[in-house]
Design a protein around this ligand. Structure first.
Ligand code: NAD
Length: 256
């Protein structure tokens, strides 16, 4: 029996990369999924999956979060888990980047996660089986990267949102955790995958001397919203080839 047998999980940012891999993983483990992303065309892959329903919409809008919950209840009978994974990168000059860009990355990477939590908790309480939320944070929320302060700020904020939510929802039996991916092959990193120098530079900084795949990160997210992690809450789990284990002062050894 799969870890998600009979369970229903909402996954945001499910058109590509880590979100799509998570939706597929949950379904493969017996669950049903509401897959949310901006564009219905990009979610067309779900049509081959009978237990995955798509919802096109912008998660920064409150009604979209409510619609995801309503769809999960209507099609599958409730909500047991939510993976708030949608995110955008933003970088730029600290002194001149237009404030709208900073506001947008905070809106997508932080505020929308709060909207998602507020939308799913009543449904999870109604279901009466507890509930589990996992957030895709980043190693870029554990420390900073040159020029990437907007993204760093948003991911650090969502890590502490996760901790606060874990404390406040714990008494209701609802768990909240986050995953911190390192360099991961996905839609977001396509540009880096095409630039050998950037790809290699990141690879060399990892302990495992390799990038992660979206499927490897999805396995951790799936675990965190499954009953297998029933005693885990308030945790940030790096899924990062060991990049966050390094102080950054020295490069790890190369493969022998
Ligand atoms: N790829 C990496 O190396 C890496 C590393 C650390 C963290 N992350 C995080 O992983 C998460 C998933 O990203 P990915 O790497 O799979 O990239 P991706 O670009 O393949 O997927 C992100 C998805 O989020 C969707 N999205 C963005 N804004 C949205 C909105 N407002 N409403 C609905 N959907 C929206 C996009 O359309 C896209 O399909 C993100 O939160 C990202 O910050 C990625």
């Amino acid at each position: 029996m799969g870890a998600h047998e009979g369970r229903v999980v909402i996954v945001t940012g499910a058109a590509s990369g880590i979100g799509r891999a998570t939706a597929e993983r949950v379904e493969a483990e017996g669950g049903s999924v509401v897959a949310v992303d901006l564009d219905a065309d990009q979610l067309a892959w779900t049509s081959a999956h009978p237990r995955i329903e798509l919802l096109a919409g912008d998660i920064t809008e409150e009604p979209v979060n409510d619609a995801a919950v309503a769809l999960a209840v209507e099609k599958f009978g409730g909500v047991d888990g939510a993976v708030f994974n949608a995110g955008i990168p933003t970088s730029g000059d600290l002194l001149t980047l237009p404030l709208e860009k900073f506001d947008r990355v905070m809106e997508v990477n932080v505020r929308a996660v709060l909207l998602g939590i507020r939308a799913v908790v009543p449904a999870m309480r109604q279901r009466g089986t507890g509930g589990a939320i996992a957030i895709t944070a980043s190693t870029s929320g554990m420390a900073a990267d040159p020029n990437m302060w907007p993204y760093n700020t948003s991911k650090a904020a969502v890590i502490n949102l996760m901790r606060g939510a874990a404390l406040d929802l714990g008494p209701l039996g609802i768990r909240v955790n986050a995953v911190a991916p390192g360099p991961t092959e996905s839609g977001m990193t396509t540009r880096l995958l095409e630039n050998n120098e950037a790809y290699e530079g990141l690879r060399r900084r990892t302990a495992l001397q390799r990038w992660g795949t979206s499927e490897e990160v999805a396995a951790v997210l799936s675990f965190l919203v499954s009953p297998d992690s029933s005693i885990v809450t308030g945790a940030l789990v790096p899924a990062d080839s060991g990049i966050s284990a390094n102080t950054g002062q020295f490069l790890p050894n190369e493969k022998p």
